[in-house]
Design a protein around this ligand. Structure first.
Ligand SMILES: Nc1nc2c(ncn2[C@@H]2O[C@H](COP(=O)(O)OP(=O)(O)O)[C@@H](O)[C@H]2O)c(=O)[nH]1
Ligand SMILES: [Mg+2]
Length: 364
């Protein structure tokens, strides 16, 4: 049975339509289901509206005292739920309830975790302005940068619409903070098959968003807590140490070749960058990602190397441009090399981490 868990905080304007449409979607998909609304003492009568629909839809309300947060609402709802599958969705119709049907289908076809995804082909965000798109993408990328071992190959880890097999949550010790329960589940649950089902996130037509400054702050805290809790902080520290060593090698070799061996700067820089990349690659293979390598890559080292070098081309190119410009403008060989390394490193750090880590580590 599917237990649909819907957290609410002042959603009286929409909750009945949400419940009707969710029930209709699951009925026509032939699924057995119940709905658990977890209401945090809404002052607008949300809970009463839910209860007045109980004759029409199999639904019950769990009332919590005061606003205790979305993620914990899902866990409390789950503790009450009787189904072997939890479905989680928002009350405000931004998640079209009809998507429950394809999510349920994915679960029937063997998924342990099915995510309603805005960022796979067929998914989207309706009429968002580019600013909103940017904020959402940046938050998603940030999560994948902090937690690449879990999130680098998930399109929409920030989704609030998903289904998870309850058995996958045994011994997962979920301890979420704030809004993003799915981050916690992806990082900690024991699932084998993850499927993303595309959907288009709708505009909110009634009620108001409950997302505020506090929730953004909690998000950052939650990311850090997960980085520590999943041990990825240690991978990150190993990765950082290796990257710093590579940077030192790049600068030292370039300066040595130009000053002592009197090479021309262009070939000296290319060689220095390549040696640094090889250094980073070897340490990544033998040290940083030794225990996390995905089996598919085990056989062919040269494939990983080719992939890694390919991903590093933009950073290397930026390094070259900055080093060359600096030498023309300023003339200092050491400072030019350092500026190039910093620029290339910053590009990798801000944009490329999930792609680089995917060379060694996919989904757990
Ligand atoms: N129980 C509970 N539900 C919440 C809380 N905060 C938000 N919600 C619900 O979580 C869902 C998503 O919230 P919403 O404000 O639409 O977030 P947004 O879509 O990111 O703007 C809605 O159904 C809200 O009513 C909370 O603290 N407790
Ligand atoms: Mg919403």
């Amino acid at each position: 049975m599917i237990s649909v868990i819907i957290p609410t905080f002042n959603e009286a304007a929409v909750i009945q339509e949400t419940l009707r449409r969710a029930a209709a979607a699951l009925r026509s998909a032939g699924e057995e289901f119940e709905i658990v609304v977890v209401d945090d003492s809404s002052a607008d009568g949300t809970a009463e509206r839910v209860e007045s629909l109980a004759a029409e839809v199999p639904v019950l309300v769990l009332r919590r005292p005061g606003r205790l947060g979305l993620a914990t609402a899902v866990l409390d709802g789950g503790a009450t739920a009787r189904g072997d599958i939890w479905a989680v969705m928002d009350a405000d119709l931004q998640h079209p309830p009809e998507v429950l049907a394809p999510l349920a289908k994915a679960m029937r076809e063997g998924a342990d975790l099915a995510i309603g995804s805005r960022y796979v082909p067929g998914g989207g965000t309706s009429d968002w302005t580019w600013v909103r798109r940017m904020i959402s993408r940046t938050a998603t990328h940030m999560a994948a940068t902090v937690l690449p071992l879990n999130l680098a190959s998930v399109g929409d880890p920030m989704s609030g619409l998903f289904m998870i097999r309850k058995s996958a949550l045994e011994n997962a010790h979920l301890n979420p903070l704030g809004y993003k329960i799915l981050l916690e589940i992806i990082a900690k649950a024991h699932y084998r098959k993850l499927v993303e089902v595309p959907y288009v996130f709708q505009e909110r037509e009634k009620g108001a968003s409950k997302l505020g400054a506090r929730q953004y702050l909690e998000y950052l805290q939650h990311l850090l807590r997960l980085a520590v809790g999943t041990g990825q902080l240690w991978s990150w520290i190993r990765y950082g140490v290796v990257a710093l060593a590579g940077a030192a090698i790049d600068i030292a070799l370039f300066v040595l070749l130009v000053k002592k061996a009197v090479w021309r700067p262009a070939p000296a820089l290319l060689l220095a960058i390549e040696v640094a990349l090889l250094n980073n690659f070897v340490w990544s293979e033998t040290f940083t990602f030794r225990s996390t390598r995905i089996p598919a890559f085990h056989s062919a080292v040269w494939r990983r190397l080719a992939r890694y070098e390919g991903i590093c081309i933009p950073g290397a190119a930026l390094n070259c441009v900055v080093t060359a410009s600096w030498m023309v403008l300023d003339g200092g060989v050491v400072s030019a090399a350092a500026a190039g390394v910093v620029a290339g490193g910053a590009l990798n750090l801000l944009v490329n981490i999930p792609a680089i880590w995917r060379t060694w580590a996919g989904r757990k």
